[in-house]
Design a protein around this ligand. Structure first.
Ligand SMILES: *Cc1c(COP(=O)(O)O)cnc(C)c1O
Length: 498
């Protein structure tokens, strides 16, 4: 066995991993990466089909990102944000605020009958931390304290989030989540939040449509019972005399919940409801941020040259793309292009102002991390933003989105593929026992895990979420590489689930 594989098995405890299984087989030890390709100690090459757990945007060892980090390295790697400012973090904050500026949605969509509710304040301030969970943790604490100050300190602010939600693994973030498998065992440590039905069209009990060989959002038959439930939830909580302080959601697509995309119009309806009930909006764009949701709001056939010409396509967030302005925008994974751990929580001047006062009033936000505002991370973040806002990147993303859409169509011929859900540059393929009945695999059958293992043997790396296989290629992925990712997925399904 490779010496590093041996050391790993002797000493390292891996995240979300049954370590008994891990110790059975020699792990893949990665030594280098270039573009969408990873190379291991034996010289085997793999396509990075989930962008190194959804972090990588422009490919590995990108010359501009590497150069930016090296340039910063020659100045300084890290100095504290406690009592000190620095150049890259301050410039990155300015650029993030600019990139997250939302154009009012009626101007973008043009087809809304009534104007959006009370135009909220712009995002104006950035709180840096170092991972997605802490980005949510910061939003949570700020929203909690802001609400207590706005409504009077007696209330105990309550949060509403979606079924199946995943917002990270720290205690606050876990409290917002609703994946029983991950969260049940920690129940006693968590604070209570409410959940409301997410729009999982493919498995929605209100969807009366016969299964078709198409994204379930397109052929669903329902009366928007899901948003009706959201309305009920807000009304019931108001009746209890303590309206929800905040609604927490991933816009356009829930990631770790199983790549659950939202049907067109859902997000507008639920965020309008939240606003009408005075709840703050906390948008978790840790997965969806930095262009991942693609060049138009939903999957279209015509993402092409027109997409490059449209300045709206430098829109990097689901928030800017949909015109739905949150009060908190949580960012991490792709913030540095996936090179260094850094996160950011953007919020409004109004929230910021609630924490101003005389020193002795102790209105300070008592929260921080040792690596807040880290210079290396900020330098990488700036270089990544530059790349994202270039015409070349927009063109690459338009092409990738279209190729992915085109290639995924071939999977509909497989009887064990139940649903294919693409939003921009991310897709989930749900495996089922029988596409006509939608009969699911039990988790214990490890269908998703086994398919991913078969893909790895063919040189394509990704991870499943239950029975959903994730394809989230880095933006530099070529058409040929996308074809290989999808082709290998089809072969693996054939081998494992025949
Ligand atoms: C990954 C993820 C998180 C947590 O981020 P970490 O950096 O892993 O702590 C939170 N929210 C969403 C939507 C995520 O995908």
């Amino acid at each position: 066995m490779n010496p590093f594989a041996k050391l790993d098995q002797q000493y390292v405890w891996h995240p979300f991993t049954q370590m008994r299984d891990w110790l059975h087989t020699e792990p893949i030890v990665i030594t280098s990466g270039k573009g969408a390709t990873l190379t291991d100690v034996h010289g085997h090459q793999y396509l990075d089909a989930n962008a190194s757990i959804w972090t990588n945007l422009h490919g590995h060892r990108h010359p501009q990102l590497n150069a930016a980090i090296i340039r910063q390295l020659k100045q300084i790697s890290h100095s504290s944000a406690l009592g000190l400012a620095n150049e890259p973090a301050s410039v990155l904050a300015e650029k993030l605020v600019a990139a997250a500026q939302v154009t009012p949605r009626q101007a973008v969509a043009g087809k809304r009958k009534k104007p959006a509710l009370a135009a909220p304040d712009k995002l104006a301030k950035v709180f840096f931390s170092d991972n997605g969970s802490t980005a949510l943790e910061v939003a949570l604490k700020l929203a909690y304290e802001y609400t207590r100050r706005a409504r009077g300190p007696i209330t105990r602010p309550k949060f509403l989030s979606l079924t199946g939600a995943y917002h990270g693994d720290t205690i606050g973030a876990v409290s917002l989540g609703h994946i029983d498998l991950f969260h049940k065992s920690f129940g006693g440590m968590l604070f209570k939040t409410d959940q409301v039905m997410a729009p999982y069209c493919y498995r929605c009990p209100f969807n009366r449509a016969e299964t078709q060989r198409e994204d379930a959002r397109k052929y669903r038959k329902c009366h928007w019972e899901c948003t009706g439930l959201v309305a009920k939830k807000f009304t019931a909580q108001k009746r209890r005399g303590n309206p929800y302080a905040a609604f927490v959601y991933e816009p356009l697509m829930q990631g770790a919940a199983g790549m659950i995309p939202q049907p067109s119009g859902w997000l507008e309806q639920v965020t309008d409801l939240a606003r009408a009930h005075g709840a703050l909006l906390i948008a978790d764009e840790v997965m969806t941020g930095f262009g991942r949701t693609g060049l138009t709001c939903h999957v279209t056939a015509e993402a092409s040259a027109a997409a490059v010409a449209d300045p709206a396509n430098t829109n990097l967030f689901a928030a800017t793309r949909t015109g739905i302005q949150p009060d908190f925008l949580c960012l991490a994974k792709g913030l540095t292009g996936g090179y260094l751990p850094m996160a950011a929580t953007l919020t409004t001047q109004r929230v910021f102002d609630a924490f101003l006062g005389e020193y002795a009033e102790f209105k300070t936000f008592f929260h921080g991390h040792s690596f807040t505002g880290n210079q290396l991370g900020a330098a990488a973040g700036l270089a990544s933003l530059d790349l994202l806002q270039s015409a070349a990147s927009v063109r690459d993303r338009a092409r990738l989105q279209q190729t992915l859409q085109q290639e995924l169509k071939s999977l509909w011929t497989l009887p064990h593929v139940g649903d294919i859900r693409q939003v921009g540059l991310v897709a989930g393929v749900e495996l089922v026992k029988n596409w006509q009945t939608r009969a699911p695999y039990a988790l214990s059958e490890r269908a998703g895990i086994r398919v991913c293992e078969a893909m790895a043997r063919r040189g394509v790396l990704t991870r499943s979420i239950g029975s959903v296989i994730v394809l989230m290629p880095p933006y530099c992925t070529t058409d040929k590489e996308v074809k290989r990712m999808v082709g290998v997925l089809a072969e693996a399904i054939g081998e494992v689930l025949h």
